[in-house]
Design a protein around this ligand. Sequence first.
Ligand SMILES: [Zn+2]
Length: 525
Amino acid sequence: MADDRFHVYDTTLRDGAQQEGLNLTVADKIAVARHLDGLGVGFIEGGWPGANPKDTEFFRRARTELDLKHAQLAAFGATRRAGVKAADDPLVAALRESGAPVVTLVAKSHDRHVELALRTTLQENLAMIRDTVSHLRAEGQRVFLDAEHFFDGYRSNPAYALEVLRTAAEAGADVIALCDTNGGMLPDELADIVHEAVQSGARLGIHCHDDTGCAVANTLAAVKAGATHVQGCANGYGERSGNANLFTVVANLQLKRGFDLVPPGALADMTRIAHAITEVTNVTPNSHAPYVGASAFAHKAGLHASAIKVDPNLYQHIDPAAVGNDMRMLVSDMAGRASVELKGRELGYDLTPDNTKALVERVKDLESRGFTFEAADASFELLLRDTLHGQRRRHFEVESWRVIVERTKGGELVSEATVKLHAKGERIVATGEGNGPVNALDKAVRLALEQLYPDLARLELVDYKVRILEGTHGTDAVTRVLITSSDDTSDWATVGVAENIIDASWQALEQAVTYGLLKAGHETD
Ligand SMILES: [Zn+2]
C-alpha cells in the first residue's frame, strides 16, 4: 500500500452482500475482489470467517487465488464474548487464522445496545474491546474497529460512546469507523458529532447507510470533519436502502476535493468496473447512478442540445471521460434538430441540414406512433442510414414469416417459426423452434442467415422488454418491444411497435440482426 494517510475501504463482500436478492458464491466474491483491486481500493472486507462457512472458504481460497495489486484483505468479526479470554474465543481464533493482514472488529458503542442486545455491563463491553484488540495486535494483525450504532449511541450517552473510541485506540486499533448503522443521520448533525469524536485523539473512519438518502453526503461531511477512512460498497449495495456508494464517494473526493485515492488511470476505468461488478452480482445496473450510470451524462431536452453543440461543458459537471463514461444524446420528440445532429455526429455520420430535417421529421412521426429512440440507438442509426441513402437498405428482404404455438399433451408450450427470405440472390426458408414465439423467430432468422453470414452465431438476444402503450383519442393501444442484443464486444438495442406483439417483436428482431451484420462489417450492397 503506497499511502496510509487516507483509506478507501470496501465492504461490498460483507455489508453489501446483505442486499435483498444478492447472493454471492465464493467464486463471485473472488471475482468482485479482483474488480475492486483493479479500481485500486485500499482494503477489501471479505466477510466474517468463523461465523459464515462461505466466508471462511473465501479467505482460504483468497490466499492462493487472489493476487491483489493494491488492496489488503480485511476479515470482519466481533469482539470476544463476555466472560471469556479473547485468546480462548473460537470466533476470535477464526479471525486470527483467516490469514487476513487486517481484522475489523465490530463493537457496541451504544449503551442501550450493550445492555439489551449484548446483555452485559458497560464495563465488560470495554474490556471485550480492549482484550480483543490487544490480543489480535499481539498476534501480528492490524486492527480496525467498527463502532456500531455510534451516532445513536452518542445521542444516548456521549461519554460512553467516546469512551469506546478511547479504549479501542489505546488498545491498539488503528482506525475506529463510526457507523451510522440505522442510516438515519443527516449531514449537519453527523458532522458535529464526528467533530466532537475527533477530539478523542483516535483516528476515525466513517461507515454510512443510505436510509435518509444521505450516505454519500454523510461520508463527505465526516471527511470534512476529520475522518480519514471511508467505507462503502460497490454500486451502493447493502441492505434496506443500501450503503454509501463507494464509487460516488471516491469520484467526489478525487474529482471535487483533490484527494489522490486510486492509482493513476484507475478512475477512468470506474464505469467499466462498476458494470463488470453488476455482471457478477446479477443486479441490473442503475442507469441513473452518479458518474457511472448509462444516463449519468445523457441529455434530452432540445433546448440544451443546441447549446451542448457549442460547448458540452456547459451542461455537465465533469468531463465524463474522467470516470470512463460518455456523454450521450437522447433522441426524442422533446429534442430538436440540434440533438439529432449531435447524435448523428456521435455515431460518426455527418448530416447535411436537409438530411437532418428529413430525419427529425421521421423521428417525430415514429415517436408519435409509439416508437422511442432514447433506448434504441441501433434503430436510430438504421433510420439515419436509410435517410442518408434515400432508401431502406438491408442485407436481406423478408418474403414472409409465420409462428405457431402448440400446447403438447404433456402441457408443454412449444413454438415453431418459419421465415422465408431473400439474401445474396438466394431464397432461403428456415424453421426454428423455441420456448416462445419470439425465441422461435429469432432462431429461424438466424438459421436462415448463418449460412451466408457465419459470424451471426456470435449474436445473442440478451434482453426483451414489452410495454403496452395506451391508445390516444380514437386509436387502439399498441405494443412496444425493445430488444437488446449483444456480441462479444458490446450491446445494442432496437425497437418495434405494432398492435400485435409478435409483429412488434419481429420488427425489433429484424433490425437487431441487420445492425449486428453492419457491426460485423457486412455492408448492404
Ligand atoms: Zn453497515
